[in-house]
Design a protein around this ligand. Structure first.
Ligand code: STR
Length: 415
């Protein structure tokens, strides 16, 4: 047996991640206390969780860790199959999310380059107007009682924004919401989830073909037309990137917006500092990304050879999960009060919620822009915004990888 890192779970007994996400703080604490590497079990499948900032940062530029599922022993031997509920998080088709090295650069550059500062600035008025419209919806639906901030505001906003950027037809939004909810929920029977994945593929393939025949000025058309060195992306690659952008572009930003609102409403002193202009919204956004990060666990990378990590060894062919919630609460990085939400901390930006290295989130600037428009607009319009239920009643969706809330009942006005 390899030298085990500190903690019980490192040796024999893995930490079994709860697909119902009943107690994220407790689970995060256990992971962190286990050590840099924690042995985990994901719905019956073993893997390593990386729980520390410094080591995660190193591993994210280590070329011995790759995204290619064919390097995973459990997949090669058939122990993990399409019947595993998390397979869609890894085996997501060929895209910048699933390849490395030169191939990855080719797939990613065209997307990353298309999200230019200029394109982002062009998105600002679009985001402002979507935000304004959704605030009107919120005012109408919450006029005389509680209203769900998730379904009326935090969910449609990022979906609308990423759709404008990529050119997704707004008529598809209701169906996409249903499909993604089923995709991420651990309560969805696996045969249904596979049908959902097939339908998403069909939707984005059809859209790619329509843009190929008739390009517009959206990012999907830019991906199709990008032809550096006579090496355009294939249809499969465009579809893969499009799927990744739409999935990542909305699911994570819902969490960022809701978690920031929840943190502020439960830390009224800090909310006052922001509303008084003593501290900026940027600090709220960065501290939320660190403390209550939208992406709890990122699946998965595979070791192409044995890799030593802080006294432990990831064996060739084993799977590695980046546990960004634990990483955000790493005391070595953020101090002994890492479990506290504190927008005045000196180094809020030194978190890793967007990852690190070649796969670092290409949409980071867009999500920050969305949150920096949505949050101040929400509190400017409803300065007396308050939770309509005790905060303990705001619970997670049964989604193992994402920090995704079921609903978020608020009152818009003081009662
Ligand atoms: C969802 C299903 C799909 O069609 C494509 C992708 C690729 C990108 C993934 C996405 C997935 C799930 C959520 C991820 C996103 C990249 C960033 C996002 C993992 C598998 C995060 O939660 C950080």
């Amino acid at each position: 047996m390899s030298a085990a890192p500190t903690g019980d779970a490192a040796g024999g007994c893995p930490i079994v991640l709860d697909p119902m996400v009943r107690n994220l703080n407790e689970e995060t604490r256990r992971l962190r206390e286990t050590g840099t590497l924690a042995r985990i079990e994901l719905l019956g499948v073993p893997a390593w969780s990386v729980t520390r900032h410094a080591e995660a940062r190193r591993l994210l530029t280590d070329q011995r860790l790759v995204k290619d599922i064919n390097r995973w022993t459990l997949w090669r031997t058939g122990e993990v199959t399409d019947e595993w509920p998390l397979i869609g998080m890894i085996d997501a088709g060929r895209s910048m999310f699933t390849v490395d090295g030169a191939e990855h650069r080719r797939l990613r550059t065209k997307t990353a380059q298309a999200i230019t500062p200029r394109r982002l600035e062009e998105m600002r008025p679009v985001i402002e107007s979507i935000t304004g419209r959704l605030l009107d919806d919120l005012a109408a639906q919450g006029a005389d009682g509680a209203v769900d901030l998730k379904s009326v505001f935090a969910l449609p906003l990022p979906m609308s924004v990423i759709s404008v950027l990529m050119g997704v037809d707004p008529a598809l939004h209701p169906r996409l919401h249903t499909l993604y909810k089923a995709f991420f929920s651990m309560l969805t029977p696996q045969d249904e989830r596979l049908a959902v994945i097939a339908e998403l593929d069909a939707i984005f393939t059809e859209m790619t073909r329509a843009r190929t025949a008739d390009p517009t000025d959206d990012l999907t058309s830019a991906l199709i037309l990008a032809d550096e060195g006579g090496d355009p992306l294939t249809e499969e690659e465009v579809v893969g990137n499009l799927k990744a952008m739409v999935a990542a572009g909305h699911e994570t930003t819902i969490g960022l917006i809701l978690n920031a609102v929840r943190a502020l409403l439960t830390h009224p002193g800090q909310l006052d500092m922001v509303l008084d202009g003593k501290i900026g919204w940027d600090a709220v956004i960065e501290e939320t990304l660190r403390w209550d990060t939208p992406s709890t666990h990122l699946l998965m990378r595979f070791a192409t050879e044995d890799i030593e990590v802080d006294g432990g060894v990831i064996r060739e062919g084993e799977g590695v999960v980046l546990s960004y919630r634990a990483i955000g609460r790493d005391r070595d990085q953020h101090g002994p009060d890492a479990d506290e939400f504190d927008i005045t901390r000196p180094t809020p930006i030194k978190h890793m919620a967007f990852g690190h290295g070649p796969h670092i989130c290409p949409g980071a600037a867009l999500s920050r822009l969305e949150a920096s428009i949505a949050l101040p607009a929400l509190f400017a319009r409803f300065p007396d915004l308050q939770l309509a239920v005790p905060v303990e009643e705001i619970v997670n969706q049964p989604v193992l990888t994402q920090n995704d809330l079921q609903s978020f009942p608020v009152r818009l006005h003081a009662v």
